[in-house]
Design a protein around this ligand. Structure first.
Ligand code: GAR
Length: 208
């Protein structure tokens, strides 16, 4: 079966993107089930885009401030993504909430990875918020994106223990441990979805 087409969206260092790139390179797109066809970002000058360029992939940047309204930005992001005809879109550290138009076109096949065990600690500061709450375990969640903030159907989760020393650096080391688990989980989940297909039954994601 032909490899599924992935567009990956990033805002930062792009280590999750790199894990996907490495997985495709290691197995070959056909065996992995997917190939990355383009990488998009909401800002320029980030390591995530450099990783894409090093891999020889097309990139696009869609900045909110270059558009008159948030809706216009959302439409431009959807158009730029659609130009690569993706089967799946992956938000890998993409720090923007997409709007109605993007979801109308990619809902049900738009995946996000979040650095906490949802539904606990949604939003932009999942690691910091889990620490501040005093959680003893946290982790990461790979989920489909719906119109809420980190509220969509959960595909898979990974658990990471919080250590006493994590309070000393405001969660920097904890986030690194989460990201190790997250990269492996994301590579596994995207491969399974691409190879085996899936259905979303209410809140339950079923992968045969
Ligand atoms: C990841 O931990 C991801 O879960 C998080 O940003 C990091 C990106 O790392 N995303 C969010 O917090 C979204 N709310 P990376 O750029 O090295 O892949």
């Amino acid at each position: 079966m032909a490899a599924k087409r992935l567009v990956v969206l990033v805002s930062g260092s792009g280590t999750n993107l790199q894990a996907l790139l490495d997985a495709v390179a290691a197995s070959g797109a056909e065996a992995y089930g997917a190939e990355i066809v383009a990488v998009g970002a909401d800002r320029s000058g980030i390591a995530g885009l450099e990783r894409a360029e090093r891999a020889g992939l097309p990139t696009f940047v869609c900045r909110v401030k270059d558009h008159p309204t948030r809706e216009a930005w959302d439409r431009a992001l959807a158009d730029a993504t659609a130009a690569y005809e993706p089967d799946l879109v992956v938000s890998a550290g993409f720090m923007k909430i997409v709007g109605k138009e993007f979801l109308a076109r990619f809902g049900g096949r738009f995946i996000n990875t979040h650095p906490a065990l949802l539904p606990s600690f949604p939003g932009a500061h999942g690691v910091r918020d889990a620490l501040a709450y005093g959680a003893k375990v946290t982790g990461c969640t790979v989920h489909f994106v719906d119109d809420g903030v980190d509220t969509g159907p959960i595909i898979a989760q990974g658990v990471v223990e919080v250590r006493d020393e994590d309070y000393a650096d405001e969660g920097a080391a904890l986030h690194e441990r989460i990201k190790e688990v997250e990269r492996t989980l994301l590579v596994y989940v995207v491969g399974r979805l691409a190879r085996d297909g899936f259905s979303i039954e209410g809140r339950k994601v079923v992968i045969p």
